[in-house]
Design a protein around this ligand. Structure first.
Ligand code: ATR
Length: 293
């Protein structure tokens, strides 16, 4: 454990609820591994207190903050600067102390990028399918365009939401990268050489509905070469099972969670966390969450 003394720096998570967050496990272990005298805790903040909380954190010389549901959009009004990609996504989950206040970043998206790199899932020049068009999907669509994906089919039950994301991303990058599609029309996605990278972002399949998946048809999974589900409970979702049964690699969202934390930790402390250090924190996270896989 870190010895708390006069020089100890404080970081924390603003959200509501925050009691079950795994972020303290990530950051306090990273601090110990990197030998940085920093502690991380959670702050339950109501929406009407959010601006005061950010101002107060700055006044108290708090080094950095993470921000979670329901404040990731609203917090943008209380910042002195916002990273351009986070601004385009419209959501901030990390506040970094700068002159006069905090600068906002979206390390959720940096986290997914790192997870995919770590697992050897490459976006550049590849074809991608994103299932779902909620907040997570929006950030992932920006990531795919930013990483140079060839074409991204964005499937959603409510087509308007897929269209909105496609418009925002295509306008931002000035190219027709994202193609919105009704989820029921998955059969019309053309076959591509090497198959698609598929990213599952809906809440379908989340515990306790572990036998559900947004697309049931096994033929759909034949188009895919590798899949990432942003769900991590259960550790192997039905989406992942369908891919694995065809002998394809499939990953859950736990590393995304780890790497969003690592990216924030690196920004706050100006250090680099190695793959080995990340792996050791990953094991501790799994233990904390009771995940054996
Ligand atoms: P998040 O911010 O985590 O992405 P969200 O904004 O609530 O969560 O988005 C949930 C996603 O899951 C949406 O794409 C939603 O589809 P709709 O936009 O049509 O609502 C999708 N989803 C939820 N339940 C679904 C279901 N039973 N079948 C298909 N998609 C579903």
């Amino acid at each position: 454990m870190i010895e708390i003394k006069g020089t100890t720096r404080l970081c924390g998570l603003i959200g509501n609820p925050v009691e079950h967050s795994v972020s303290p496990v990530i950051h306090n272990n990273l601090a110990e591994i990197k030998n940085i005298n920093m502690v991380y805790t959670t702050f339950k903040v109501e929406s009407y207190n959010l601006a005061d909380a950010v101002k107060g954190a700055y006044g108290l010389d708090i080094l950095g903050m993470n921000v979670t549901v329901p404040h990731k959009q609203q917090v943008m009004d209380s910042l002195v600067d916002i990273d351009p990609l986070a601004k385009a996504i419209g959501a901030v989950n990390t506040l970094v102390r700068v002159d006069g206040g905090y600068k906002g970043y979206n390390t959720d998206i940096i986290g997914l990028g790192r997870e995919m790199e770590d697992e050897g899932v490459f976006i550049k020049d590849n074809s991608v399918i994103i299932i779902g068009a909620g907040g997570a999907s929006r950030a992932i669509a920006f990531l795919c365009a930013d990483k140079g994906a060839d074409k991204v089919y964005l499937l959603n039950r409510t087509i308007e939401k897929a269209q909105n994301i496609a418009n925002a991303v295509n306008t931002y990058f000035g190219k027709e990268c994202i193609i919105p599609m009704n989820i029921g029309d998955y059969n019309s996605i053309p076959d591509v050489e090497g198959g698609y990278v598929a990213i599952q972002t809906t809440s379908v399949g989340l515990y306790p509905n572990v036998d559900d998946t947004a697309i049931e048809d096994d033929a759909f999974y034949e188009k895919i070469s590798v899949g990432v589900d942003i769900i991590y409970n259960p550790a192997v979702t039905m989406f992942m099972k369908k891919l694995k049964s065809q002998g394809k690699p499939a990953y859950n969202g736990l590393k995304m969670l780890l790497y969003q934390g690592i990216a924030a930790f690196e920004l706050w402390n100006e250090v680099t966390v190695s793959k080995e250090e990340a792996d050791s924190v990953y094991e501790l996270m799994k233990k904390e969450l009771g995940i054996s896989e």
